[in-house]
Design a protein around this ligand. Structure first.
Ligand SMILES: Nc1ncnc2c1ncn2[C@@H]1O[C@H](COP(=O)(O)OP(=O)(O)OP(=O)(O)O)[C@@H](O)[C@H]1O
Ligand SMILES: [Mg+2]
Length: 283
């Protein structure tokens, strides 16, 4: 099971498009997926056609009254994909959280009872590092950072990396960047080639191999309340790009799991040696 936060404090870099289509792609690959919409804009919720009616329960209730996320989850038209909707009162949550106890850990607590029901949780976040985004970062196992192929987003990345490191040490929740994802990618554009070069030079293998190409269908799909898998024809390149991302994410999450399992075994073996519990062959 993995909790994956899609984050970048820069706006309009493809966070929501990636959260929705990665979640849908994972569900199509047979995984049980929950998408958490922690952005007050509620764009992921709207794309999935799950906007709550006035007075319906939403994530805002979880974040203010510690109601389990399980109680607000809705079905979507994609099999295996459920959503915890943002709701219009989410905008007031930052103010409420300002005086709450252990305020960065509220989502983590509300999410705990849902985890056995899902293989992956994907969290969409807002383009600023407010308390809602902090909650997402603390709850997440991994962070996926979309970077659009423009000059300004790349400038903000250094600051974002430093902020993640500070949050990690201040909150005792190390932020593991699963990968940087090139979005709005157009190989014919000089800026795309430059941004890709800079990103790969600075972050090496942490950059996902396959970018998400620029594609007007990504703009159109949300207005039809559809994921790219529902909106685009079968061999469309938007679907192909997100399918590649799904493969890379699954491989990286699996590798992270194996690494931490190996580390655990090493730690247990070291503890046994220390306790004199392992007899050496020579002994
Ligand atoms: N690969 C793409 N090709 C073309 N348009 C795209 C692509 N990805 C995203 N878009 C469009 O770019 C705009 C910004 O994308 P998106 O909403 O996913 O970004 P965001 O980072 O979530 O924005 P915000 O920071 O406001 O939440 C949207 O209109 C979206 O439809
Ligand atoms: Mg968004």
């Amino acid at each position: 099971m993995s909790i994956l936060c899609i984050a970048n404090q820069k706006g309009g870099v493809g966070k929501t498009t990636t959260a929705v289509n990665l979640a849908a792609g994972l569900a199509r690959a047979g995984q049980r997926v929950l998408l958490i919409d922690l952005d007050i804009q509620g764009s992921a919720t709207a794309t999935l056609g799950a906007t709550p009616a006035h007075g319906d329960l939403s994530l805002a209730d979880c974040m203010t009254t510690e109601r389990p996320v399980l109680e607000v989850i809705r079905d979507t038209s994609t099999d295996g994909l459920k959503v915890a909707p943002a709701g219009d009162r989410l905008a007031l949550v930052d103010i409420h959280l300002a005086t709450a106890m252990a305020r960065e850990h509220v989502l983590k607590r509300c999410l705990a009872s849902s985890l056995p029901h899902f293989d992956h949780v994907v969290i969409d976040t807002a383009p600023y590092l407010g308390l809602l985004t902090m909650n997402a970062l603390v709850a997440a196992d991994h962070i996926l950072v979309p970077v659009s192929c423009e000059y300004l987003p790349i400038l903000g990345l250094k600051l974002f990396g430093e902020t993640l490191a500070r949050i990690g040490s201040a909150l005792g929740a190390p932020c593991d960047v699963l990968g940087y994802l090139l979005t709005l990618y157009d190989r014919r554009e000089k800026i795309t080639v430059e941004v890709e070069k800079i990103l790969r030079r600075n972050f090496g293998a942490a950059v996902f191999e396959n970018p998400i190409r620029i594609n007007t269908r990504h703009k159109a799909a949300p207005s039809h309340r559809q994921t790219i898998y529902q909106y685009e024809r079968k061999n469309g390149r938007g679907r192909a790009d997100y399918d590649h991302l799904v493969d890379e994410v699954l491989a990286r999450v699996k590798a992270r799991g194996e690494q931490s399992f190996a580390r655990l075994l090493d730690e247990q073996a070291a503890a046994r040696v220390q306790a004199g519990a392992i007899e050496t062959a020579a002994g």
